[in-house]
Design a protein around this ligand. Structure first.
Ligand code: HEM
Ligand SMILES: CC(C)=CCC/C(C)=C/CC/C(C)=C/COP(=O)(O)OP(=O)(O)O
Length: 304
């Protein structure tokens, strides 16, 4: 379903607010903000002041959204070749690259100034570094260069718990890095499950994602091994005394679920990719509930 013709630069219309909203990848940004909020709450024993929470989330959200918009511009040719993405506003020609980049610049400048002035400079700089990591290092370079693109590039998407933590304390704490490590390890099985389902898309667009370069069987094994690694890493918050009983039980149940799907995926025939999509969807539920459980456990510390 190649739609390269849709790239025609002469057909740009105004683009509706919906197009601009879609370019910010709102669902992804919402989950990123949940992980940032949990980083904020876990940084401090008691209740938090509202002002840095609101300013921190607005600033991190604006810079994340800006990164997503830049991704739409940088990837417009790739997106136009894939069934999943050909309808995106920039690849379809509904919003011009210049307008999209102006929107991204406005979001990025507003977000940076907000973080720098109303939160702290460390958080502003780390969030800007995450934008550069995702929008430029991952999107422009790694994505086209190596099947390890999302492993390395995943660091930017994993940063928000640390950004939330530094927003509250102004310091980089090992516990915050542990939360980053959890999201970092979660990213490969999250993405490769989808990439298995969409491997033909990526092959057509000549993007060297793991299922394209190393095959479906190897990618399934990688999903399973990273999910196993994730289950072990998720034990660390309990083992270092950062989290308690509710977290141990909740995270164990969630990781058992993720492992169940990863094993089912590995055992399914390579031609059957529906289970890959189920695994991908579960990965999103997994991370969302895991961070909610971290939050509940922080305020209700039950000893086990
Ligand atoms: C380099 C790292 C990552 C890659 C390559 C990646 C890739 C993807 C892709 C290709 C999709 C499908 C989007 C679509 O359906 O059009 C997706 C969906 C999603 N991702 Fe990721 N992801 C990454 C990191 C993250 C992180 C860190 C989070 C949140 C903490 C996240 C949250 C989500 C959510 C919530 C969706 C569903 C979006 C929707 O339904 O609109 N992802 N991801
Ligand atoms: C400031 C900060 C925290 C920045 C991080 C921003 C961010 C939106 C991270 C999420 C990662 C993500 C959705 C990758 C998919 O990109 P893709 O191009 O591989 O997927 P696509 O084909 O769906 O566009």
């Amino acid at each position: 379903m190649a739609k390269s013709a849709a790239l025609s630069q002469s057909t740009h219309s105004q683009g509706s607010w919906r197009d601009y909203y879609e370019m910010t990848k709102p669902n992804v940004v919402l989950l990123l903000l949940l992980t940032a909020l949990v980083g904020m709450c876990l940084s401090t024993p008691g209740w938090l002041a509202w002002q840095p929470i609101i300013a921190g989330l607005a600033g991190i959200g604006a810079l994340s959204a800006a990164a997503a918009v830049i991704n739409h511009v940088a990837d417009r040719q790739i997106d136009a070749k894939m069934a999943r993405t050909y309808h995106r506003p920039v690849s379809k020609g509904k919003v011009s690259p210049v307008k999209a980049l102006s929107f991204a610049a406005a979001l990025a400048v507003a977000g940076y100034i907000l973080l720098d002035q109303a939160v702290n400079r460390l958080t502003a700089l780390l969030t800007l570094a995450s934008l550069v990591g995702y929008a430029f290092i991952y999107t422009v370079y790694l994505k086209r260069a190596t099947p390890q693109n999302i492993v390395i590039g995943g660091l930017a998407g994993a940063a928000p718990p640390l950004l939330g933590w530094t927003a509250m304390t102004g310091e980089i704490h090992p516990h915050a890095l542990l939360l980053v490590l959890i999201v970092f390890t979660w990213t490969p099985p999250h993405f490769w499950a989808l990439a298995i389902h969409r491997h033909k898309d990526y092959a057509r667009a000549k993007v060297p994602m793991l299922p394209v370069t190393h095959g479906i069987a190897y990618t399934k094994t990688s999903v399973l091994l990273y999910t196993l690694l994730l289950s072990l890493i998720c034990l660390l918050p309990y083992l270092v005394g950062m989290s308690h009983g509710i977290y141990l039980l909740g995270s164990t149940a969630l990781n058992a679920g993720f492992l169940y799907y990863a094993v089912k995926l590995k055992l399914a025939p390579d031609s059957e990719t529906k289970i890959a999509m189920t695994t991908f969807k579960f990965s999103i539920l997994h991370l969302m509930v895991l961070f909610v459980v971290l939050l509940i456990d922080h305020y209700i510390p039950v000893s086990l």
